[in-house]
Design a protein around this ligand. Sequence first.
Ligand code: A2P
Length: 317
Amino acid sequence: MPTLTFENNDRMPALGLGTWKSGPGEVYKAVREAIRIGYRHFDCAARYENEDEIGSALADAMAEGEVKREDLWITSKLWNNAHHRDHVVPALRESLEKLQLDYLDLYLIHWPVALKPEVIFPSKADEFLSLEEVPLLETWQGMEDCLIQDLARHIGVSNFSVKKLRGLLRESRFKPEMNQVESHPYLQQDELLSFCHQNDIHFTAYSPLGSMDRPSRLKKDEEPILLENKVIVNIAESHGCTPAQVLIGWALQRGTSVIPKSTNPKRLRENFAAASIKLTDADMEAIAGLNHHYRFIHGEFWTPEGSPYTIATLWDE
Ligand code: A2P
């Protein structure tokens, strides 16, 4: 299994299990099965509302001697309604309690978007706080508190642009060590990836398979289906593997971490086996040609009329 090495020599398994959209009643079984298959990296978030079930699965697997805490890499994320500095450590403690852990390996700011503390998901413009009211640097100082208090070994961000990363790099005491963003052949994010690598920030690709099970999915005939793309399907056939394995193998081969989600035992196994796929230079070149900056996750839920956020200021593009 390829790993990403952090400055203190901690190593994160590059392939992790995504748990966004893994529902109650299925995520416990998925995590137990994943551990048996060999997954050691689990990507979680308070907002996925399933950390308690994941925590039970991790605790049971450890109690039964299947895995040790030090062999696991657990990531979680700060939700948008806890961006005030004083709210960050308590939010992390809540995730830790649900996950039944003493520390996280990695804690991320989920979005560069702030909500009022009482709002879980916004339905109107007055439920937001602007970045003038709660600057990202203030939230970041809360993340640094997590590090100082040994509640998280590493801290980072998610859905951050080059511009927002630059701001943090300039002003922070401890720099972000990870940026987790949407990335797949339709949204390769070359510029962001090379900026991250130049600045020793690791990169995790979310929605690597196109997140067909996401709630905000457009009608089927309106959006491209990544897993059915002809170039991907042909490469899969030439290697005797599946399209999902090509997508995962591609992400790993670019030096990124990747977190495909599945709750299906057969697909969990299939996705894990993608770590041994070796794509040729010609395959990589053909996949490079598929990039057309297409987002599956547009972020339109942060930009209702009157919101302090717009699509342009969200992605800085
Ligand atoms: P399931 O959980 O039933 O396996 P993403 O990681 O991009 O968010 O995509 C997750 C979606 O892709 C889920 O609908 C998941 O369904 C599906 N999926 C996961 N692994 C595979 C695979 N190997 N082949 C096809 N679909 C997959």
